[in-house]
Design a binder for this molecule. Structure first.
Ligand code: PLP
Length: 381
């Protein structure tokens, strides 16, 4: 049966060039990058070459690039690491729409819950800058605002956020997991102290991520036991993954503008037609700047989870929100923060397009959506 994959914000399948780079490194590497012998030195060279290529693609210095296991670890390392570098730990303020790997640090029973505040967002999902300024005036020292949201695709005004943080001397962490490869990204000019990136969101290998740390910014390590990644992230380096990650980042950045234009056209085509299939439907975050590939549609009167399951049976993969929480029954904290009542939050479905998506995929997904909607209406009668 034909399948159309519209869940690229959950994970975007590895591209062939990346797989090739991964296999090439696995086949050629034998040593530990910390060993002194020739095999070890070869692994070290490949690792540092990957770091340099990634730095060049992201407009960062090589010594600002740290390898981690993914976006979750990068977010935890940055926020905990920035907060715990002082005694007592610095206060943290996070936007209400952050990914759970940021948000849950600041919510009970998270480790920073007692010293955290939340920056509210508008009905379109954009952070309230006035409120952020009040929190900064009240001595928020570590701020986390994501570049683009994984559920709605809404893009945050990072330049303004960074200006405010700079003015009040606060550290800014930017979760760029959904934006690299979809939006222009320069670590040199984004104005953040730290930024997170994940391999599997940009058609790279799963199990590797990046934490970019501005020169001169010190973080308290969370792991101990070795000098790797300059003591911040001890443990034997995943050199083959780093090599493949470098390829993925280079390709994602090089193809970004062409892919973005193409995906925006497909996404808009899908979105307009989907809205006309269910007249009360609306796009969450439609009034804000959004990632070109993401469409989060609220289908009033329907259950989003039932819709996702019915689409799956018909060959279309979509999602009710972030993959990490789609198994759970709770409505999306992102949509609730935007002021959607619980019922409408539960009626929302995310469609996220990726480099492999085609016009035919859009047509197939729309046909299946139309038949599923028809069936759901009949079963409700
Ligand atoms: N941040 C955002 C915005 C995400 O969408 C995700 C994954 O869904 C993560 C962080 C976590 O990344 P990873 O799956 O690499 O741990």
């Amino acid at each position: 049966m034909r399948r159309v994959y519209l869940d690229h914000n959950a994970t975007s399948p590895m591209r062939p060039e990346v797989r090739e780079a991964l296999l090439e490194a696995i086949d050629s590497l034998h040593g530990n990058a910390s060993s002194l012998h020739a095999e070890g030195r070869a692994a070290r060279r490949l690792l540092e070459d990957a770091r340099e290529r990634i730095a060049a693609a992201l407009d960062a210095h090589p010594d600002e690039v740290f390898f981690t296991s993914g976006g979750t670890e990068s977010n935890n390392t940055a926020i905990l690491g920035l907060s715990l570098r002082t005694k007592p730990p610095s206060s943290v303020t996070v936007s209400a729409v952050e990914h759970p790997s940021v948000y849950e640090l600041a919510q009970p029973p998270g480790p920073l819950a007692e010293r955290s505040t939340v920056i509210p967002v508008s009905a379109e999902g954009v952070v309230c800058l006035e409120r952020l300024e009040v929190l900064l005036r009240n001595r928020a020292r570590v701020v986390a605002v994501m570049h683009a949201n994984n559920e709605t695709g809404v893009i945050q005004p990072i330049e303004e956020v960074a200006d405010l943080c700079r003015r009040y001397g606060a550290y800014l962490h930017v979760d760029a997991v959904q934006s690299v490869g979809r939006l222009a990204f320069s670590f040199a000019s984004i104005g953040a102290s730290t930024a997170s990136i994940s391999g599997h969101k940009l058609q790279g290998p799963p199990g590797i991520g990046l934490l970019l740390i501005r020169r001169g910014t010190r973080l308290q390590p969370l792991l101990f036991g070795g000098p790797q990644e300059r003591g911040l992230r001890p443990g034997t380096e995943a050199v083959a993954l780093a090599h493949a990650m470098a390829r993925a980042v280079e390709l994602a950045v090089a193809e970004r503008s062409e892919q973005s234009a193409r995906l925006r056209r497909l996404r808009d085509q899908f979105e307009n037609a989907a809205l006309s299939l269910w007249p009360p439907a609306r796009v969450n975050g439609a009034g804000a700047p959004r990632l070109p590939n993401t469409s989060n549609i609220c289908f009033p009167g329907l259950d989003g989870q039932a819709l996702v399951m019915a689409l799956d049976m018909e060959g279309v993969a979509a999602s009710t929100g972030s993959a990490c929480s789609s198994g759970a029954a709770a409505p999306s904290h992102v949509l609730l923060a935007m002021g959607l009542p619980e019922e409408l939050a539960r009626a929302s479905v995310r469609f996220s397009f990726g480099p492999g998506s085609t016009d035919e995929d859009v047509q197939f997904a729309l046909d299946r959506l139309q038949s599923v909607l028809r069936r759901l209406v009949q079963s409700q009668r």
